[in-house]
Design a protein around this ligand. Structure first.
Ligand SMILES: CC(C)(COP(=O)(O)OP(=O)(O)OC[C@H]1O[C@@H](n2cnc3c(N)ncnc32)[C@H](O)[C@@H]1OP(=O)(O)O)[C@@H](O)C(=O)NCCC(=O)NCCS
Length: 147
């Protein structure tokens, strides 16, 4: 089924100062190696994650939960589902950058086992620093189960 990119763009706009349009999201999601994970509830997306997987690495490009649905474990569940999908595609390491002013994002990634690997000063348009983070994913055994 084609994702509802208009709904995803709305969720993205609630989470970020520089929103991505529905057509940008659709174009991005169609690119090689993209992993789009959507969390639907009552038929409507309430959050999504977009990762790009290349060889044994994946990058979290964006992850957002609609404002009214936050604080109930959906972000964590989405991240876990996206990590599993990336692992199935061969990713062994996931990396990302997040603003040092984004308390919720930083806390989510730390709680999910990401560790900080660096900082880019004034990386974002609002002048905030980017915190670089990464996580090594558990391996899979021959049957595809977590080793
Ligand atoms: C970051 C975001 C995805 C979290 O989604 P969520 O569904 O509210 O997160 P969860 O309820 O799964 O929380 C998971 C953990 O993250 C941390 N966390 C989430 N929101 C937090 C907040 N406002 N303050 C502090 N910690 C927070 C907590 O450690 C939490 O674990 P706990 O509930 O056991 O304490 C959501 O706030 C969001 O969409 N923000 C805007 C977009 C964004 O910043 N995305 C991340 C950067 S790409």
């Amino acid at each position: 089924m084609t994702p509802d990119f208009t709904a995803l763009a709305r969720i993205h706009a609630e989470g970020f100062d520089r929103p991505w349009s529905a057509s940008e999201l659709e174009r991005l999601a169609a690119m090689d190696g993209m992993i789009l994970t959507i969390r639907p509830e009552a038929g409507e997306p309430v959050g999504f994650a977009l990762l790009q997987s290349v060889l044994d690495e994946a990058e979290v490009l964006t992850l957002a939960v609609t404002r009214t649905a936050r604080g109930h474990g959906r972000g964590r569940a989405l991240l876990e589902a996206a990590e599993s999908a990336a692992r199935e595609r061969g990713a062994r390491r996931v990396f990302l950058d997040v603003s040092d002013r984004n308390r919720a994002g930083l806390a989510l990634y730390r709680a999910a086992g990401f560790r900080e690997t660096g900082r880019r000063r004034a990386y974002y348009s609002d002048g905030s620093d980017a915190i670089l983070m990464e996580k090594t994913l558990p391996g899979l055994d021959a049957s595809g189960r977590t080793a």
